[in-house]
Design a protein around this ligand. Structure first.
Ligand code: UDX
Ligand code: ADP
Length: 463
């Protein structure tokens, strides 16, 4: 089937950038991204492309090129479903906060709602593509809903997990390591796979497009994220040992990364990984393993999360200890709130948990992040439900200048690796702070020697 109309349900961090790149690379395909969230769609349609709701380097240029030509953002979900030959589902799948599997299993209610909506509206055969990270065998659930509630039309369900990392989404989409498409082994299933392969083949070399069965594809996504997160927890575990022994974790990472069997990526010790995927996907994996009675497998992967939680807690504990065992009423400046650089996404960011711990110790937190609004900072803390929002607002203030955030602070915590932090006038920051002036570099990005020569007391991770 030659594809001319695609729709994507969910205009978030995955759906938005992915569809923008498909539209740019396939001008002959009409791509419509729909979302229930009117504010979000309005922002995607904002005349000024700098106001699109997601910050990703290079994304606004692509949207400017394709929007109105063959890329459309709309709240009319029904019309888009009705017209499309391929429907991507890119809605959010948060960890369940209630009932069975609470805190571990993925909440599939948004996916199920989408499936029911597609079943109700579709009047001709459709290919439905799982794009969100989903537990293994979700495709089966979607298929069952579609086949049993639909209007007698045929649905093919494909799994096409997204491997883009935020902050580098556009380059990852333009030059993917691989595209993975899982589908049914039947003739119809293979035809559906081919239709999607043909879309990607507009810009991705054929040898990078892998096709598998549905379950392999679904499990590969969870496995990839589990392996990546496991590397970070492994190096973070070593960072604690380095601090005790006098080794430097950056040197250890460099030394082991040069072993071609290990490789240099994802070995950067940090205050802990964040983001919407790693924790959620591992919890999911743990839940699936447990549900099959594979307790050793579940425990093995759960340890990656336990280590990450420990690393965050260890960082805040160390701050309090170093600041003479009290941070009550002290001003602590946070450089960075996003979970990594070059994104405005804050989901599961380590900064949220460090702030939570320090507010419990009655610190006053001053936040500067180049892309995160003060509203978002407070919403993230309120979401934890540790205390009232009045109390959060009383203890946390956001600043639009890093120098103001750091003025008269007792300590600075670097929580995101934004490049601009390195280029600051650190002498000026030092002059404005309380003495002794401390820097806790949760990302190991600043120059220890330079800061110590100014007079800072510097603590990095793992050295
Ligand atoms: C991840 C996967 O990389 C991507 O393939 C998948 O599609 C989604 O999940 P993302 O969460 O966007 O992407 O960013 P990633 O670059 O993986 O970083 C995740 C977290 O790990 C960030 O908080 C980052 O700061 C941290 N990290 C990463 C480290 O602490 N050390 C490292 O060496 C690498
Ligand atoms: P991700 O990082 O997976 O892209 P986001 O939370 O950024 O997650 O985006 C998911 C989007 O999906 C949100 O904008 C949300 O409003 C949207 N969404 C959730 N359920 C539906 C639905 N049934 N129909 C349309 N949009 C939906």
């Amino acid at each position: 089937m030659s594809i001319t109309k695609i729709c994507c349900i969910g205009a978030g961090y995955v759906g938005g950038p992915t569809m923008a790149v498909i539209a740019q690379k396939c001008p002959h395909i009409q791509v419509t991204v729909v979302d229930l969230n009117e504010e979000r769609i309005a922002a995607w349609n904002d005349e000024n492309v700098d106001n699109i709701p997601i910050y990703e380097p290079g994304l606004s240029d692509i949207v400017a090129e394709a929007r109105g030509r063959n890329l459309f953002f709309s709240t009319n979900v029904e019309k888009a479903i009705d017209e499309a030959q391929i429907i991507f589902i890119s809605v959010n799948t948060p960890t369940k906060t209630y009932g069975k599997g609470k805190g571990m299993a993925a909440d599939l209610k948004y996916i199920e709602l989408c499936a029911r909506q597609i079943a109700r509206i579709a009047k001709d055969n459709k290919i439905v593509v799982e794009k969100s990270t989903l537990p293994v065998r979700t495709a089966e659930a979607i298929k069952s809903i579609l086949d049993n509630t639909g209007n007698g039309v045929q649905f093919q369900i494909l799994s096409n997990p997204e491997f883009l990392a935020e902050g580098t989404a556009v380059t990852d989409l333009l030059n993917p390591d691989r595209i993975l498409i899982g589908g049914d082994t039947s003739v119809e299933g293979q035809k559906a796979i081919q239709s999607l392969v043909d879309v990607y083949a507009n810009w991705v070399p054929a040898d990078k497009i892998l096709t598998t069965n549905v379950w392999s594809s679904e499990l590969s996504k969870l496995t990839a994220n589990a392996f990546l997160a496991q590397r970070i927890s492994s190096v973070n575990a070593m960072s604690e040992l380095c601090e005790k022994t006098g080794a430097d974790v950056n040197e250890v990472a460099r030394a082991i990364g040069m072993d071609s069997r290990i490789g240099p990526k994802f070995l950067k010790a940090s205050v802990g990984f964040g983001g919407s995927c790693f924790q959620k996907d591992i919890l999911n994996l743990v839940y699936i393993a447990k549900s099959y009675g594979l307790n050793e497998v579940a425990d093995y992967w759960e340890q990656v999360i336990i280590m990450n939680d420990h690393q965050k807690r260890r960082f805040s504990n160390k701050m309090v200890q170093t600041l003479y065992n009290t941070v009550a009423d002290k001003k602590i400046a946070f450089l960075g709130w996003a979970f990594k650089k070059d994104t405005n996404d804050t989901r599961e960011s380590a900064a949220i948990y460090i702030a939570d711990d320090l507010i419990n110790e009655q610190a006053q937190i001053a936040v500067y992040d180049p892309k995160v609004s003060s509203k978002k900072v407070l919403a993230d803390l309120d979401y934890l439900e540790t205390r009232t929002s009045e109390k959060n607002s009383a203890n946390v203030t956001s600043f639009s200048s890093p120098y103001e955030a750091c003025a008269s602070a007792h300590a600075i915590a670097v929580l995101t690796e934004w490049d601009e932090f390195i280029a600051y006038d650190w002498q000026k920051i030092y002059d404005g702070m309380q003495k002794p002036a401390f820097v806790f570099d949760g990302r190991n990005i600043l120059n220890r020697v330079a800061l110590e020569s100014i007079g800072f007391i510097y603590q990095g991770i793992g050295s």
